[in-house]
Structures are given as C-alpha cells and as structure tokens.
Design a protein around this ligand. Structure first.
Ligand SMILES: [Zn+2]
Length: 350
C-alpha cells in the first residue's frame, strides 16, 4: 500500500515536470522539431526505442507481452500559432493563423518571433487600435487577423527597420503559453490541447519503465505534429486499433468537466468505433475512473485524419476535459490522472 502511494507520488512528479517541459517549448505546426527532440530524449531515457517519420512524427515502440494484435496510441505535440504575413510601413507584423487560435484571446499576449536565421525577438500581439486614449474604436474594433498585429520589442519605425533585423514573411510567431499549476491542482495554460495528453502518454512510458509493466500487445505510441492543420494522423504506423488521446470538450450541453477523462462517441467527422467506445466506457466504469461520454460539435482528431488517409483500424478518442479550448485553457490534475488511468487500462498494463 505504501509502495503504491509512493509510486503515485513519483508518477505525479514526472507528469507535472513533463507537462511543464513540453509546454515551455514553442511548437506551432510546422515548427515542431525541438519539442519532438525533447519528447524523444524523454522516451529514450526511459529505455524505449524511438524513430521519426519523414513528416516529423515521433514513434515510440513498446513491446507487448504477446504479439498478434498491433495497438496504437497517439497524441499531438504541435500547437496553434501565428506566422508573419507581411510587415507594415510602421514596422508592425501582420500575421496569419497556424491552426485555429481564438484571435480575440490573443490581444495583449507576449510572443516570440523566430527568424529563419535562428534569431529570436520578443513582441506583443495587439489590436491595430491598441490605445483607449487615441483610437475611438479601441474597445470595439474586431480582434481578427486583419485587425491585429505584432509590436516588436526593438526600435523599429519602418518596414526597412524590421527587414534589417532579419524578420520576414514566413517567420513563426509563438505566443506565451502562460503555464501555471495552482495549489488547488488546476493547470492553466495555452496548448493543453494537446500537450496535456502527450505528457500523459510519456508518463505511461515512465510507469512502464518504473514498474516493468508492459501492454498486452505490441504498441506504437506516436506523437504527431500536424494535428492542428488536420493531417497529423495521416501517417501513422499500421495498427489494428488506434486510441487517440486529445483534449476533451467542455461546455453547453456536454457533460464533461475539468476533473474527468472524456470519451468521445462522435465528432464533426462522424462516430468513433462502437465496440471500442463501449469497451472504454466499461473499463472506466468497472475501475472507478471518473469519465464522461460526449459528442463534440466542432472537432476533428488524428483518427479522422488516419481514416481519411486509408488506415484500416478500429479507433477511438479519449482525453482530459479542457475548458476554453484554443483560448486560455484550463484543466485539473484529476483529469490527467483519469486519462492516464484509462489509457493504462486500455493497454492492459501488467
Ligand atoms: Zn488537439
């Protein structure tokens, strides 16, 4: 019993630490090499074999206790972001969205601009009517791509000044995740979608390393890097069953909370595998895992990408309940624990 409690404590420590590390590394879709390198280092340190695909996914191979069925788990480590579209005459950066950030929530956010030559500048995403003392429409101007820009923290007055810094269209703009884990167990951060799940999968590896447990069948855990633009799951190792771990939706008539693991029965691309969803519900129910089953109204996952790319696998989707997704997100450590537990039960770790 004492050992079990110690194991839980150590596991929680690893989970928190890994989550912080993943969240600290800027990784909008298309700019993910560093976060993949980080995850790769973690998986290798735990003694697992890894490989990278041409598109940049990280694949971790976990030998099972028996062969005969090929299992897949995936989560994505790419995030939303921005890219420089053009430079204004006054030296501000107009941007284009990478994925679908909720633009009004970016007003006032600090960011980093990565040039292709490897320089990093800081700045702030602002409305083009940023001052209440000057512009009549400071409070009412739309907060969207056309009406927002990045103010660079350099003495620039013109387009030429910005070009002289080496900043150009195509450079990534990464806004601050602002990660905080509160005493009460809430995790407040951008990009919990889907780094919260990626941290859970790496923690599952930690658990196997620490206890010697193995899944029943050979398992491939993939961290994908193009989910936010819709094709992350299009190139996964061939498996018979795929469980995507991605954020669970909260709000309106959905039942999930920030303390639960969400099991998605259907999203914008249609229903998930009936048998797998039923099995996941039963596993959670039988083992006291706090869960909710929901329909996600505006959502696609790496499963739909895999299916559209032709993967012949049963597939389902689970993940921690995340509030205010693609905005200033929040979940609770309870949801991460529940997700970790359900993923472990699904793999039949023993
Ligand atoms: Zn996601």
């Amino acid at each position: 019993m004492k050992d079990e409690r110690l194991l839980e404590q150590e596991q929680e420590g690893f989970l928190r630490d890994t989550l912080q590390k993943l969240l600290t590394q800027d990784s909008p879709t298309g700019f993910t090499d560093r976060v993949v390198e980080l995850a790769e280092g973690i998986a290798r340190n735990l003694g697992f074999e890894t490989s990278r695909t041409n598109k940049g996914n990280l694949v971790v191979t976990v030998p099972g206790r028996e062969t005969g069925r090929r299992m897949g788990l995936c989560a994505h480590v790419d995030t939303l972001g921005l890219m420089v579209r053009s430079i204004t005459d006054r030296g501000m950066l107009m941007v284009t969205r990478v994925g679908g950030p909720l633009m009004p929530t970016l007003d006032g956010e600090y960011c980093r601009i990565y040039t292709r030559a490897g320089k990093v500048f800081t700045g702030t995403v602002l409305s083009l009517s940023p001052s209440v003392h000057v512009q009549d429409d400071a409070g009412t101007r739309a907060r969207d791509e056309k009406n927002m820009a990045v103010r660079i923290d350099e003495k620039v007055r013109s387009k030429e000044d910005v070009q002289a810094l080496g900043i150009s269209p195509g450079d990534y703009v990464c806004y601050d995740p602002k990660t905080v884990i509160t005493e009460s167990g809430f995790v407040k951060s951008r990009f919990l979608d889907d780094k919260a799940s990626a941290a859970c999968l790496l923690t599952l590896l930690w658990r196997m390393h620490r206890t010697g447990e193995r899944p029943q069948y050979d398992t491939w855990i993939t961290l994908t890097v193009h989910e936010e633009v819709g094709h992350g799951g299009a190139a996964l190792p061939p498996v018979d069953e795929l469980l995507a771990v991605d954020m669970g939706c909260i709000g309106e008539d959905l039942s999930c909370t920030e303390y639960q693991v969400s099991i998605c029965a259907k999203d914008s691309n249609g229903p998930y595998d009936y048998g797998m969803v039923s099995r996941l519900m039963k596993l959670a129910g039988d083992n006291g895992v706090d869960y909710a089953v929901d329909i996600y109204p505006h959502y696609g996952s790496d499963v739909s990408a895999a299916w559209k790319a032709g993967m012949d696998a049963r597939a389902a989707l689970i993940g921690p309940g995340v509030h205010a997704s693609h905005g200033m997100e929040r979940t609770h450590l309870d949801a991460l624990r529940a997700t970790l537990q359900l993923a472990g039960l699904y793999l039949e770790l023993a």
